[in-house]
Design a protein around this ligand. Sequence first.
Ligand code: NAD
Length: 265
Amino acid sequence: MGLLDGKNALVFGLANERSIAWGITQALHREGASIGISYAGEMLKRRVMPLAEKIGCTWVEECDVTKDENIDAVAKKAAEDFGQIDVLVHSIAFAGREELTGPFYNTTREGFKNAMDISVYSFVALARAFQPILRPGASLICMTYYGSVKVAPHYNVMGVAKAALEATTRYLAYDFGPHGVRVNAISAGPIRTLAAAGVGGFRDMYKHFADMSPMRENITIDDVGNAAIFLASDLSARITGDVLYVDSGFNIVGVQMGPKEGSDQ
Ligand code: NAD
């Protein structure tokens, strides 16, 4: 028996086998959910299709979330093929590389708009488009990062976008609450993915994280997948509007000490 037997789950944001969306998709599959996968555009198709095949998923739809007509089309297709949806995962973000290197004040108007549109507004747009087919008890999940609440050098406009995404999570949770639909965010520690590669200095940050987090370990897409199962399943039935940290405890530390000083081993 899986925790998600009989449930229909849609995952947005699969790019390749390193994607957080892939960790979540595999976990959803393991727990018995029927799965639909959506990816951004034609260029990703050849990477996404073999992954879908691995879990026997035949519902694979292209959707560029900057286009309302794409979102409407994918929602219509989901209504036809699944009827109702129990789990919707938003694992999408974008900011231009030039916005993720120099000082934050260099963020351009266009870069700011793009980051907010793709990384934040798309969650609102998906929630609205799928609202008519969300089954009571459904769970919406998005992906955020600690750069929303504290400065993470070079994360820049994406930190601002993640702060907005976390606020969006709370507002959607408020709207959907009366319908029995929950909305939560997972705040993941750094993981080597395509999106992360665009953040200046990510490699150093990744290493620093393993040295400094209480658990002294980086996290994996499987860790995120398992947390997503909790939020997707009835185990979290009364949890909504929340941000669940999957970060080896990194966010609880106020004063960072070197690994030697901080450890008595
Ligand atoms: P990823 O590159 O595998 O995933 C990002 C996805 O966003 C890709 O599939 C990409 O195609 C999609 N996307 C971008 N523009 C799009 C558009 N216009 N329409 C539809 N999809 C679009 O990288 P990831 O690290 O797995 O990122 C997934 C989520 O996790 C993002 O929200 C990211 O900010 C978040 N996150 C990542 C980390 C990390 O360290 N990797 C940490 C915390 C949170």
